[in-house]
Design a protein around this ligand. Structure first.
Ligand code: FRU
Length: 321
């Protein structure tokens, strides 16, 4: 009697294990067959350039069956991005790619992740050396090139500039501004008459610049230097609304598409822009090398920026760089 009972229990257990195995086997096999789980912590997806970065990451990752990419969106919220990184770590990612919203609040969690896995910092720098690799263009150089353009444009007479700034705590804001100012430092007669912080966003740039123009109706403005194309477009719209056609606009990003910087140059909205590469494809290539235990001799990969003006915009109108 006792033996029969044990047989029954064993049989039921065997059936249960068999059903469980058959149900879950495809999932288990799937995970086992994909050796590398990469986490991408994106600071926001509210701007076209960020969407392009994610598209570049996904497109390149799809070329490698051994990679699975998990992406999060912090919606420009530092605390949310810290939570995102924790969530990715708990998920068991093998490597973290991160484009931090603001440097200071994100630095500690990036250091923490770096104690455990390789970390690639993409486009926006952090305040420590606790990461494996930085990939991005040189924002100080872009700022300097914008400054050189302004000096040539205004000539010996000089003039007035309004600077539209990105998010204050993000490194590209600081570096694009510093490079620009360094380049103008040998010219006393070029004055930055106003700094407007629009946090990288088009509509706040439009509203704030319009308000400025309303209160400074008689002030001459020659150039609006904006830290990205969406804010430059916003500022341009404000100037149109205020019937001010006496100034030129400079942007950065150089995306393709109707509201992309290259088309805006073509249409005469912007005088110049700079193609600021997302680094998405490069990040996946480097991630794979790191996961395959290949090491890098350098800690930074600096991507090229290309200045776009009305003379060279045509070939770039449809081309992804
Ligand atoms: C998008 C963006 C770009 C800019 C970059 C700087 O979030 O604002 O427009 O070039 O970030 O990190």
């Amino acid at each position: 009697m006792h033996k029969i009972h044990i047989y029954r229990i064993s049989l039921m257990l065997a059936i249960f294990v068999l059903i469980f195995y058959m149900t879950w086997r495809p999932i288990v096999a799937d995970i086992e067959e994909i050796p590398y789980l990469i986490g991408m912590s994106q600071c926001n997806l509210g701007e076209p350039w960020r969407i392009k970065m994610n598209e570049d990451l996904i497109a390149r990752a799809q070329e490698y069956p051994e990679i699975r990419l998990v992406l999060t969106d912090a919606a420009q919220d530092n605390q949310k991005q810290i939570e995102d990184v924790k969530w990715l770590m708990d998920l068991g990612i093998d490597l973290l790619i991160i484009s931090p919203n603001e440097s200071e609040p994100l630095t500690p969690i990036i250091s923490e992740a770096y104690q455990k896995i390789p970390v690639i910092v993409l486009d926006r720098k952090v305040n420590s050396d606790d990461y494996t690799l930085f990939i991005g263009a040189d924002n100080r150089v872009i700022g300097m090139r914008a400054g050189e353009y302004v000096k040539n444009l205004l000539g010996p007479a000089g003039g007035h500039v309004v600077e539209i700034m990105g998010l204050p705590g993000s490194k590209p804001t600081v570096e694009r501004s510093e490079g620009f100012r360094d380049s103008l430092s040998d010219r006393d007669n070029i004055r930055i008459v106003e700094e407007i912080t629009a946090n990288w966003l088009r509509d706040p740039a439009e509203d704030s610049f319009f308000a400025y123009l309303q209160t400074h109706k008689s002030e001459k403005i020659d150039v609006v230097y904006s830290h990205n194309d969406p804010m430059a477009l916003g500022a341009y719209r404000a100037a149109q609304k205020a019937h001010r056609t006496d100034m030129v606009f400079i942007g950065i990003d150089g995306l393709i598409g109707e509201e992309g910087g290259i088309n805006l140059v073509k249409e005469g909205v912007l005088d110049i822009t700079f193609i600021y590469p997302t680094g998405g494809a490069e990040a996946i290539e480097c991630a794979l090398q790191l996961l395959r235990r290949q090491t890098f001799s350098q800690k930074e990969i600096i991507l090229d920026n290309i200045r776009i003006d009305k003379n060279n915009c045509d070939p770039y109108l449809h081309r992804e760089t």
